[in-house]
Design a protein around this ligand. Sequence first.
Ligand SMILES: COc1ccc(Cn2ccc3ccc(-c4cc(N)[nH]n4)cc32)cc1
Length: 239
Amino acid sequence: MRLDYLSIFPAYFDVLDISLVGKAAINGLVEIHAHDLRDWTHDRHRTVDDTPCGGGAGMVMKPDPWGEAFDEIIGTESDPSVHVIFPAPSGTPFTQSAAAELSSAQRIVFCCGRYEGIDHRVIDYARSMWTVHEVSLGDYVLNGGEVAALAITEAVVRLVPGFMGNPESLAEESFSAGQDGLLEYPLFTRPVSWRGLDVPEVLMSGHHGRIASWRRDESVRLTRERRPDLTDSDSSGIH
Ligand SMILES: COc1ccc(Cn2ccc3ccc(-c4cc(N)[nH]n4)cc32)cc1
């Protein structure tokens, strides 16, 4: 899997060399390329923004640098196997199933906007050439697309076959299909007693049936408490 990042702050992606994603890069599972959008400007000030047509506050990212960057990084041929991701507050909420789908992609290009956003023709042009995803991380406002691109990268790359040492652990996580759409149960490890707080006795009983039952009850309780929106979905084991 090749991952490209287009941004006016490409240094945001240096962190990928440190993290687990960096390890995947070393063992050849993923290739990471960060690019400075200003490299495709031609004026002295390396300008990437301009005032919004129709008025309004803030600045909008000009289409020209994006188009030239696309030509060089992706090419001028249409290819639906290339996934182009535009993080945006107006995007579709990003989900674990979206991460799972993207984990089989061979190429993902992250377009990280800043200011008030990117000229919409850039997205329209990308849609005419590749598979485009406009995604939101959640109902809160970031200053640009870079943090979202990092979060999406981690969610996707950890699902790439061969990345996780213990792929079975993926099946037990919150939001993974195997959990019936329920939140993960509380976790404990040694010491059994810590600052007057004890591990639930059932977990020390060695009785696998009771442990499984306790864990499911806890998942149901937590999901009802924190994510009632998940309890009505068909995939959840509770209704
Ligand atoms: C309300 O309108 C706004 C428009 C743009 C911005 C700043 N900005 C510029 C590019 C960009 C890309 C993604 C995001 C983002 C994504 C999520 N889930 N929150 N925020 C924010 C972004 C702030 C607010």
